[in-house]
Design a protein around this ligand. Structure first.
Ligand code: 5GP
Ligand code: MG
Length: 195
């Protein structure tokens, strides 16, 4: 018997099995490209946590992990100001090869800002890696070096991606039933911090 959060999903876009197959393909590509040289996977909190934890376990290389946080204060569907919080020490960044990983590349503003901040802090190289890519939404000049899947312009949840803080733990990716957005209980959460 499945828990109630599954009832809020309209359509499953990527199943658990499809995600695993996509991850293995992506991890092989990264392992091949990075070769024997050590690097640091920098995950963007909170959305990338599920993706990064599965990805690193499929990377057969020597690596370190670090996290940054980028919150965009959204009103409706438009990204607003970006608030970058850095947890890594300078010595974790300076001179390092970095694989910057996020849940989804939408307008691209988050990854663009973080990539340039990491380079400004002395990273030797920054490659970008996303679980999902929505190319139709891009507003800055940035393409992911690595991506698992492309998605159309649709708001998706699951596998780390949230709506009002929920659904990150869904083991698949789907879109929400319209009734979830219309629910009065959730209307106070519709605007706020998303990461
Ligand atoms: P960008 O800066 O590329 O516009 O935004 C990226 C961030 O917006 C992602 O890290 C994610 O937090 C959020 N985002 C963009 N599209 C979606 C989506 O379809 N679903 C969810 N849950 N978050 C999204
Ligand atoms: Mg995010």
């Amino acid at each position: 018997m499945l828990g109630p959060m599954h009832n809020d999903i309209e359509t499953i876009l990527f199943s658990t099995e499809e995600i695993l197959a996509g991850l293995i393909r992506l991890a092989e590509e990264i392992t091949r490209d990075f070769g024997d040289e050590e690097f640091t996977v920098v995950g963007v909190l909170k959305g990338s946590v599920v993706f990064v934890s599965d990805l690193v376990r499929n990377l057969d290389t020597t690596l370190e992990m670090a996290f940054v946080s980028a919150s965009s204060y959204r009103s409706g569907t438009e990204s607003g100001k970006l608030d970058l919080t850095f947890f890594p020490m300078d010595e974790e960044i300076t001179g390092k090869r970095i694989l910057l990983a996020d849940d989804i590349l939408d307008t691209g503003r988050t990854m663009f800002a973080l990539k340039h901040e990491l380079l400004a802090r002395g990273a030797a190289e920054v490659k970008t890696c996303v679980f999902l890519d929505k190319p139709s939404r891009r507003s800055v000049e940035l393409e992911a070096d690595y991506r698992c899947f492309e998605v159309e312009d649709l708001f998706v949840v699951g596998y780390g991606l949230d709506y009002a803080g929920r659904y990150r733990n869904l083991p698949y990716v789907g879109d929400l039933k319209p009734s979830v957005y219309e629910s009065p209980a959730d209307s106070s959460k519709r605007e706020g911090v998303s990461a």
